[in-house]
Design a protein around this ligand. Sequence first.
Ligand code: TYM
Length: 476
Amino acid sequence: MMTNKDWLKSAGIPFQIATQAPEEGACCPIFFLEGEKKGVLWIHPDNCDTQGQILREASRLLQNTLVPLDPLEGLEHALAAAVKGRLSHVVVDETLFDNEDIFLEDPEGYIRLTPSNLRQALNLMTKKSQVRFIDFSTTATSAQKNKSRKRVLSGIQPSGDMTLGNWLGAVELWKKQIEEYPNCYFFLADLHSLTVAPEPEELRERIRKTATLLLACGLDMERAAMFRQSQLGGVHTELAWLFACITPEGRLEQMTQFKEKAQKQASVGTGLKIYPILMAADIAIYQSHLVPVGDDQRQHLELAREIIRKFNSRYGHTFVVPKALVREGSTARVMDLTDGTKKMSKSSTNTDGCIYLLDSPEDINRKIKRAKTDAIRDLYPDSLERPETTNLLGIYQGLTGLSMEAIIAEFEGQGHGALKKALTECLIAKLEPVRKRYAQYSADPGYVEGVLARGAERVYPIAAETLSKAKERVGL
Ligand code: TYM
């Protein structure tokens, strides 16, 4: 029988013999599937505890009834069978590629492959078989048990009044995560907001306001934890330093947000440049699996994944490699009402372009009325030719949950005026309870402080444990 090593060698795929046994989660079992057509299912251990469901999902996807054969036979079986063209299907869990190294069992120990070499091996396999990559961590088959192990984390800068963009792009997504995952952590990125040099009193006020407003949005912070980044005795910044030492400066200069913000300033602070490194530390320190954010944070998340992978590769598996969770559709990036090519931003100086969550009904009415549109009467989205109309339709869709077809049908022949009227009514109705709750929570600052203190207490042990592991790994 050909072993993994023999096969990889003959195929010219680079690998190493592992000197240590892999950490939990790095060695991935393989299931052989027997059905009308034979197949292989290769799955990350994190997603394995729902084997029955996963098999059902794989069967559904492949339109074939599959049953597992001996799961312990090893890759050599699969490879040999695939090479001989005896397998029709190979299903690979995308989560496998989150690990820096992938380990395969071999008679003499373990073999270590990089994700790209694994892909190369799979591509060879697939010449004769059909390969499917599926993210089993997010399929409907993921069991609650699996979810309860996953940590969800996100943050917001207390750098201005929260906007409709923050609400639709992030907060609404956070609300959903709290319902699904028991371990959700949300924090105020107060250290990040120092990059724009706010006045101390103003920063204190913004922190209070943002925490109060997050509660007013209806986020259940008794189930989730809410805290301030600077509240935890420097663990975020200490990990950020370890990350700074392995991050090439050039990567930071490529960040779109850095380039945009730097352009507007005569002298660029170092904090602005290393901002994404602190963000990577925020995420890694809680061993976060999922990071729900708006579309504008995608690039930062990609860099965070890169930094985390690099650390894992250099010092051994230490951190979970996180995934960004971004809403589908246009609410992932809500645009400015006066310029549909610019993001609606809480730090924008043009307040007419932004709906703030505490805007009065009169403000909302005025801003929507004045929102830029075009001369075409029919309403349909076209982000290149009609960014403003597309944005208004997208906001309406995000607020109502209706399909775009239903919205187009609703306003057929009526033009922008009708859309604006409906949008105004909808916004006023949705934001009214937020303003009411904000007034209630504002009257009880002790409660808000208590939520932040309890949140910090809950997450601190996780951060401290991760930091001490990371320090030990680098030799401190
Ligand atoms: P911030 O404060 O700019 O925004 C908070 C969240 O709101 C989203 N968002 C939007 N979504 C859709 N349309 C818009 N117009 C819009 N504007 C903002 C953002 O994508 C974000 O999800 N760097 C982060 C804070 C941060 C963080 C982290 C986030 C620091 N460390 C670690 C996640 C994980 C920021 O400045 O977000």
